[in-house]
Design a protein around this ligand. Structure first.
Ligand code: HXC
Length: 286
């Protein structure tokens, strides 16, 4: 589906690109011809990530920028540096996030603010600066926002700041997709289900039994693979999807559907046992 030039002539900034899903997207984009800029707070981590990104592609250049997405002035300065280093910037992935488990009654205002600042204000800051650059330069561009499966309908217990922040990011995606379509700027979102990354797992999965419960909610019977998410991100960031904007694509192996009223029956036995049981019920009815 993709070729080595699918993302040629692009320069994409991935916030929080030093690890996890951000790094996986950076490597995929680089392997398909895009120049890569990553930013984050920890220089050592970013340095190592750039080495990994450069290993997958000899044609594209990768650079890192130490920047906290919460700092608007620094983001403005960084996007100026990216444009000067690469000649332009064509895409942005708002991937940087913060999250932790907490009973909401125990959250401090500072804890709530820290997460919402990273997730919502950070995404706004990068989007606002990048959008203005594109509009001023009369260039088309692409913005991809990483949200979650709990951004839209359900919210989620024990991660209140993240649920609030990500819902805001989804609203921003749709609002600006309409408002900025006239400038040829597309905005889309990806809502990943459980993808085991160190950053998320350390903070969100307390122990082995929680991990098993998590897994049991996914009808696909497995976690997502980073490569699968990177493929979806590539498609949305590429010229293969010029008419898709304001969309949120869920990639979760069906996890969001686990509330279906009779889904639990699947857990009562093997498929063959269940089929036998259903036949018996049918006979009784007759
Ligand atoms: C309660 C906590 C806390 C915790 C921090 N705080 N951790 N409160 N439980 N576990 C509170 C602090 O006490 C402080 O409150 C305030 O939050 C700010 O904390 P700092 O450590 O000073 O902030 P900072 O260094 O900016 O760190 C931000 C952070 C941290 C969000 C708290 O966890 C972080 O940097 N995370 C980045 C990486 C990350 O979270 N990755 C996971 C994303 S996964 P006071 O009151 O003292 O000010 C994800 C996927 C979702 O989002 C989907 C999953 C399936």
């Amino acid at each position: 589906m993709f070729t080595s030039d699918t993302l040629a002539d692009q320069t994409i900034l991935i916030t929080g690109g030093g690890s996890g899903l951000g790094l996986a997207m950076a490597k995929k984009f680089a392997s398909l011809g895009s120049n890569i800029a990553i930013c984050g707070r920890t220089e050592e981590k970013l340095q190592k990530a750039v080495e990994e990104i450069e290993e997958v592609s000899s044609d594209s250049t990768a650079k890192y920028y130490v920047a906290d997405v919460r700092n608007y002035d620094r983001i403005e300065e960084m996007i100026g540096e990216i444009v000067s280093d690469f000649g332009n910037m064509t895409g942005l992935v708002n991937n940087a996030a913060g999250n932790f488990l907490s009973a909401s009654e125990d959250l401090s205002p500072g804890g709530f603010k820290a997460v919402v600042d990273i997730v919502l204000h950070g995404s706004f800051n990068c989007t606002h600066v990048f959008g203005n650059y594109l509009i001023d330069e009369d260039r088309k561009g692409n913005i991809l926002n990483m949200v979650t499966t709990y951004s839209e309908d359900t919210g989620s217990a024990f991660v209140l700041p993240s649920a609030c922040g990500k819902a805001g990011v989804l609203a921003m995606t749709r609002s600006l997709a309409y408002e900025w379509a006239t400038y040829d700027i597309r905005l889309n979102a990806i809502a990943p289900g459980p993808f085991p990354t160190k950053g998320a797992w350390e903070r969100l999965v307390p122990d082995e039994s929680a991990e098993q419960k998590f897994l049991s909610k996914i009808p696909a019977g497995r976690y997502g693979d980073k490569e699968e998410l990177a493929n979806l991100a590539t498609f949305l960031m590429s010229d293969m999807a010029p008419y898709i904007t304001g969309e949120c694509v869920v990639i979760d192996g069906g996890e969001r559907l686990s509330a279906g009223q009779f889904n639990f029956i699947d857990k009562l036995g093997s498929r063959e046992e269940l089929k036998g049981f259903f036949k018996m019920m049918h006979k009784k009815e007759g």
